[in-house]
Write a new protein. Structure first.
Length: 117
C-alpha cells in the first residue's frame, strides 16, 4: 500500500504543477496588452487565486482516492500510509479565506491606485 500512497503523492504534485502552468498561460494569453510588463503583484495574486480555486475543486477526487487506500488494505496499518486529508482540507480553506478577505482586496486597491499615475 505504500506504493499507492507514493503514486498519489506524485499525481498530486504533477497536477498542482500543471494547474499552476495552465493558470500562468491563461494570464499571459488573456491579459491586456497595456499590462504586459507591469503590475506583477496583482498578476501573482490572480495566478495564486485561480490555482487555489482549482486545487480546492480537485481535492475531492484526491480525498476519494486517498480513502480507497484503506478499503482494500492487505494489513491493518495501511491506513497510516494515507495522506493527511483533514490537514490538507484545512490548509485549502485557510488559503481561500486569506485570499478572499485579505490578499485579493489589497491587490485590487493596489492595482486601482497604480492606474491613477
Amino acid at each position: 500500500m505504500g506504493d499507492f500512497n507514493l503514486a498519489l503523492v506524485i499525481v498530486a504534485v504533477v497536477v498542482c504543477v500543471l494547474v499552476l502552468l495552465v493558470n500562468v498561460y491563461l494570464l499571459v494569453n488573456y491579459q491586456h496588452p497595456d499590462d504586459a510588463n507591469q503590475a506583477y503583484f496583482p498578476k501573482l495574486v490572480v495566478v495564486i487565486g485561480l490555482s487555489v480555486a482549482a486545487i480546492s475543486i480537485l481535492m475531492l477526487p484526491a480525498d476519494v482516492a486517498n480513502r480507497q487506500a484503506c478499503q482494500h488494505a492487505i494489513y491493518n496499518g495501511a491506513c497510516a500510509l494515507t495522506l493527511p486529508m483533514k490537514d490538507l482540507w484545512l490548509a485549502v480553506y485557510v488559503a481561500d479565506a486569506v485570499l478572499v478577505f485579505l490578499v485579493i482586496p489589497f491587490a485590487m486597491f493596489y492595482y486601482e491606485g497604480d492606474q491613477d499615475k
